[in-house]
Design a protein around this ligand. Sequence first.
Ligand SMILES: [Zn+2]
Length: 76
Amino acid sequence: MLEYRDKIVQEVAACACDRCGRRLTPGDDDWHEKLSVEYRGGYFSVFGDGATVSIDLCQQCVRDALGPWLRICPGV
Ligand SMILES: [Zn+2]
C-alpha cells in the first residue's frame, strides 16, 4: 500500500515578454499563445559551450520577430 504526503509545488503565475515587456497571466485570453523556449547548447553552440539559451515571447512578438520564417498551417 502506497502512502502519500503533501507536497508544495510551484506553477507559473505570470510571464513577461522578453521583447516588448508585456506581462501575461493565466487569466489572459492569449496566455496559451505565448512561446517559451529554453535549451542547453552543446560543444559547438554559437552561444558558448554548454550555454543555456532561453526566451519568452508574447504571440505578437513571435509574429513580428519570426513571422517570415514561421510555417503556419490553418487550423481545422
Ligand atoms: Zn511581446
